[in-house]
Write a protein that binds this ligand. Structure first.
Ligand code: IMP
Length: 200
């Protein structure tokens, strides 16, 4: 089965390929298809952004498409950076500046700094428009730890582990992450759909 992933983020493309590849689902990124397009994430919700990205690419390619919108929600910051996770530090944002801004914002907040990563995946075809949600809870560390992964990984310690996402090998992160949980729901949806098709 071939599915397009509507993302220009090489870190996400790598994770989604790692997670869905072993299930026999072949993922094509926009880069793989030679498509150059920047889709503005201007919707107020994760769901809205995921749907906008998936719909745009589905209309362009006519191929089954998934898009993910994800981010970090910190309790003491009323859910920020949330839907603004990728550009938290403003115009000149990058992963490091976003992490520094997060530590700055949390400096005077009581610990522990509870947080969760959330991932919304939208699957769009001619006849389908489905949303799958994954969440992983944990705490924000006082300083970055580890070099694996991307984004806020060095600052996020998932519950049940004493290491940050960035200290865990990708095989482990990919079995507990918000993105993995949403992708498993998507995988299960596809499996059920194929079963029904075989019965009829
Ligand atoms: P978007 O979904 O492209 O809007 O970007 C989501 C942003 O949330 C990324 O740029 C990261 O900053 C953050 N993010 C999403 N998933 C992860 C993850 O698995 N690890 C670390 N940061 C993440």
């Amino acid at each position: 089965m071939k599915i397009v992933l509507a993302s220009n983020n090489p870190d996400k493309v790598k994770e989604v390929k790692e997670i869905l590849g072993p299930l026999g689902i072949e993922i094509f990124s926009l880069k793989d298809l030679g498509i150059k397009i920047e889709i503005e994430e201007d919707q107020p919700t994760f769901e809205g952004n995921a749907r906008k990205k998936a719909r745009t690419v589905f209309e362009l390619t006519g191929l089954p498409t998934i898009a993910d919108d994800s981010g970090l929600m910190v309790e003491a910051l009323d859910g920020a950076p949330g839907v603004y996770s990728s550009r938290y530090a403003g115009e000149e944002h990058n992963y490091e500046k976003n992490n520094q801004k997060l530590l700055q914002e949390l400096k005077n907040k009581p610990e522990p700094h509870r947080a969760k990563f959330v991932c919304f995946i939208n699957y769009m075809t001619e006849t389908e428009d489905e949303i799958f949600i994954g969440e992983t809870s944990g705490e924000i560390l006082k300083e970055p730890r580890g070099t694996n992964g991307f984004g806020y990984d060095p600052l996020f310690k998932p519950d049940g582990f004493d290491k940050s996402y960035a200290e865990l090998p990708s095989e482990i992160k990919n079995k507990i992450s918000h993105r993995y949980k949403a992708l498993v729901k998507f995988r299960n949806y596809l499996v059920e759909k194929l079963k029904k098709q075989n019965v009829h």
